[in-house]
Structure formats: C-alpha cells, structure tokens
Design a protein around this ligand. Structure first.
Ligand code: GLC
Length: 512
C-alpha cells in the first residue's frame, strides 16, 4: 500500500532564495512549496554556502555532527534547519565551511575554473542528506535528486545502503535539468565514493570517456528519471547534440524516462501583483506595461525624464546566463542588423567573459539603443519582463526554460528556437489563422533568427494584431498545478519499483 502523504527527501545544489545560478534554483523552491502545500512532508538538503550566510537567515543548529568518509579523508558536517512558514517545508543546511563557504557555488570566480574538489563537495552533499535522515530517524519514501550534483544519492541507495533496512522502502527519482553538465572527474574520484569495490566492478555504469561521470551513474541507478520537458526527454536520447555523450545510457533507460514540465511560481512572477515592478498590470490594463517600459527606458538613458513617447518603438529584452547553450553567439552575429532597426534593446546576464565582453562592445557601438548589464539583478529581471515588448531566447538547446514562460505572462512576446521546452511552450504566430503566442525558428542559424525578429518587428506595427498576440500569451497558464501532480505520479511509479527485479536490471545497465 502506498501512503497518501509522502516523506520526500529533496536534494539540490541550488534553491532560491539561498543559492541560485539559473532556473534550477527557481524550480526546486517552487516544487518543494507545492508538494508541501499538498500535505507531503518535504525536507530540502542544500549546502550552507556563503550565499546562505549572506541572506542573514536564522537557521536552527542541530547541535550534532556526522563524520563522513570520502576516500581516505574524513569530513565532519553538522546541519541546521529552517522552515519558512509560508512555504511549509524544511530546509536542511549542510554545514562544512571548508567545502561550502566560498564566494560562488561551483567555480573560482578569479580563475573561472570549477573548484578542483567539486567531486568531494557534492559526494558530501549526497551522503550527508542520507546520513542525516538516518540520524534524525526520518524515513524518506522518495529521494528526489536534481542534476549531477545530487545524482549520487540514487547510486548510494542502490549500492552502499542497499542492505540497510532504514532505506528498504526508499525509492529515487532523478530529474534532469541540463544533461550538458555531468560532473565528470578524474578516474581517481571513483575510490572517493567508498563503494568498496562495488563501483570498481561496474565501472561502465560510472565512467564515460575514461572519466568518472556522476550524472551517468545517477541515470543508471535512479529508479525513475524525469526531464523538464517532453521534447527534451526525447532529444537527450536521440543525439550527441543534446545527450552530450550520454544518449546511449539514456536510451537504455528509455522506459523509465518521463517528462514533467517546469511550472511558474505565479506568486512571484505575476505582473498583477509583482512588487518589483510599477505599476502592476494585467491583460486588461496594458497601459501599465507601457508605463513600466517608459520608466525603464528612462532608467537606461534611452529617453529623457518626462519625455513624451510619440513613436511606436519596441523594446527587446533578453535575460540569460552567458553560456554557449543560450545562443548568444547567434544573436551577436546579427546584433548590428537588429540594432540598426528602430528598436531599443537590453541584455542582462552573467557568465562567460567572452560574451560579457562582446555585449559590452556592442553597447559601445550602439549607445543610443543597446544596454548590456552584466551581473545577476533580480529586480531588473522583473522590470525587463514587465517592460519588454519582445523577449529573445535563441537557445541552442533548452531543457525547459523559464524566462519564456515569465515573458508570456508579462506580455513580452518570445522569439525562441524550436528546441526542448521552448518548442513545447511557445507556438509560432500564424498570420493566416491568427494563432500562436510567439515567433519560433527551427535551425540554429542567425539568418533564421533574424528572419524571426523581422517577422516580430513587422507585426509590432500592426497594433491590433500585436495586442491580440500579447493577450493570447498572457492568458496561458503554466502554473505548477499540473506539473506537481505529474511528479506525484512519478513518485508513485518509483514506489512501485521492485528491488528484487531491479537487481537483474542493474546488471544489464552495467553491461552497456
Ligand atoms: C536548467 C535548464 C533550463 C531549465 C532549468 C530548470 O537551467 O537550462 O532550461 O528551465 O534548468 O529546470
């Protein structure tokens, strides 16, 4: 008999408002909140990074320690708990200042390189989450891991803890938010898992291209796997372009791979109530959006304070991590063409230096209508969504994408490439039928991107058609309700997984 209310162990390297580099942090926070709202008992395990200290949060110390061995080294952790009353779930901060108290989450900001001990940092997170549940005698029904940083939880449950009666009934789900990041480490990392020969005997389940690959191991050992959109669930199994070398491993698990589309937390991303924008507005009061736009154009120095806007000139916005995935190179190829048109544009983001530099150069070249803001600025992100007429998201691949969903709700018409979650959530405008909520282009080509931009800019000057398009997008609902139910279904499926029959399955998995 499967219980009605589940104990759900969540573990992630990111969760808003404590640690975030991208959508993962938004999604884990919103998902935990929804599950708790349905009466499930959720505990989210994340490291106590410097950013957590900086929030000034008063978490409750457990007063207990656990020593965890990683290879020959022993790491002492303690933990602190915090329950946000409104969110209704407990956050368990894993404390080890040597490993987690650093300037940024994954890499050294001075060198731009990943921390060399990221293997140990995230082995520790995965082990600590499991060890703490034992210590506090809280039996998880489900262990829900996210991406490579916590995927080892699914491995440990089926190896190190497989004979442990405490976890006898615990089943795992691994959610794939981005298969390009795999946690790939030198072979010597295998012994850090302390699987006493178990991993060494099954190296093909753990290794890819001669390296230890945490995500691959997780994919092989998780009871159930999910991707963050239907399209992405298929894409990652079909080619190297999306599977980044794990496509065969994923195909082997084909019958256990499902999709649960990310939802939007409309408590945070709703132009009618958003406290970070002014004024608030909805589809019936689009003048409010125009006022946001005017304020932002002033702030960016594109127009003078109090200047009256007479012409209809669109503002294009983009908010993105500055990494290859996001199609910034594509935009840069045609940036001069776009900025040569009658448009304003703002780009917000942080990431790779080469993109930051290129965007700054572009601003120097087009001071009258282009601004690059390098960094993460949550308030500005909300203001851009509220002000922009058009939102650019030409990703090379996009597991789900959240900004296009925020844009739809804020009436910023998205221009996206037909991939992953973008393909699943943005339909192309069709002039004949008057359907569609954005502009979609197929191939990763700057010509196609430019063509999509021109189609959007043309339509922008047809005021009625444009406003109908904006309103269609604003009416769409990507709330968590349906996604959270999908996750519950996946948990139930996982709970139905029979350990005995899985023993033979794992042998097969390992043989690939
Ligand atoms: C990653 C993906 C993005 C997805 C997010 C949350 O950041 O790149 O597409 O929306 O995870 O799942």
């Amino acid at each position: 008999m499967v219980k009605d209310k589940l104990n759900i162990l969540m573990a992630s390297s990111e969760m808003e408002p404590f640690a975030r580099t991208g959508g993962l942090g938004d999604v884990t926070a919103a998902l935990c909140k929804r599950l708790a709202g349905m009466g499930h008992e959720v505990k989210m395990f994340i490291p106590k990074y410097k950013s957590v200290y900086q929030t000034g949060i008063k978490a409750k110390p457990s007063g207990q320690n656990i020593d965890i061995k990683i290879g020959e080294k022993s790491f002492r952790i303690t933990w602190e708990t915090y329950t946000d009353k409104a969110a209704g779930f407990e956050v368990v901060f894993i404390v080890n200042d040597d490993l987690y108290m650093r300037e940024t989450i994954y890499h050294d900001s001075r060198t731009g390189l990943d921390y060399p001990d990221n293997d140990e940092r995230f082995i520790l997170l995965s082990r600590a989450a499991l060890e703490i549940t034992k210590k506090i005698n809280w039996r998880p029904d489900i262990a829900h891991a996210h991406d490579w940083q916590t995927s080892l939880i699914t491995v440990f449950l089926r190896t190190m803890y497989s004979g442990d009666p405490f976890f006898e009934k615990t089943r795992s789900l691994l959610t794939l938010h981005n298969v390009a990041y795999q946690g790939s480490f030198d072979s010597s990392s295998l012994s850090k898992l302390n699987l006493n020969g178990e991993a060494e005997g099954r190296t093909r389940a753990f290794k890819s291209g001669g390296k230890v690959n945490f995500l691959k191991a997780g994919i092989n050992f998780a009871d159930i796997i999910s991707a963050v959109s239907e399209r992405y669930a298929v894409e990652i199994q079909t080619s190297r372009e999306f599977g980044f070398g794990l496509e065969q491993t994923l195909r082997n698990r084909n019958s256990d791979i499902y999709a649960a589309l990310n939802g939007v937390d409309y408590d945070i991303w709703n132009p009618a109530t958003d406290k970070l924008i002014s004024p608030n507005y909805d589809a019936d009061k689009l003048e409010g959006k125009a006022k946001n736009k005017k304020a932002l154009l002033e702030k960016l120095g594109f127009i003078k304070p109090k200047e009256k806007i007479t012409e209809r000139r669109p503002l294009i916005g983009t908010i993105s991590r500055l990494v290859d995935q996001k199609g910034i190179d594509l935009f840069l190829e045609i940036a001069d063409d776009i900025l040569g048109l009658d448009v304003y544009m703002i780009a917000l983001g942080e990431g790779e230096q080469k993109y930051a530099t290129a965007l700054r150069d572009l601003e120097r070249k087009h001071p009258d209508n282009f601004r690059a803001v390098i960094g993460f600025d949550n308030k500005l992100a909300h203001q851009i969504e509220a002000s922009a007429d058009i939102f650019l998201m030409p990703s090379k691949y996009e597991p789900c994408g959240l900004n296009q969903l925020y844009s739809l709700r804020y009436g910023a018409v998205p221009i996206v490439r037909e991939t992953g979650g973008l393909a699943d959530t943005v339909s192309d405008y069709n002039a004949q039928t008057g359907e569609g909520v954005g502009f979609v282009f197929k191939n990763y080509s700057s010509d196609e991107l430019l063509e999509a931009c021109c189609r959007a800019l043309d339509l922008y000057h047809d005021e009625n058609a444009w406003s109908a398009l904006v309103k269609r997008g604003m009416a769409l609902d990507f709330s968590w309700e349906s996604s959270v139910n999908t996750y519950i279904e996946l948990y139930r499926l996982a709970l139905g997984c029979d350990r005995e029959s899985q023993k033979t399955d794992t042998q097969e998995v390992v043989a690939t």
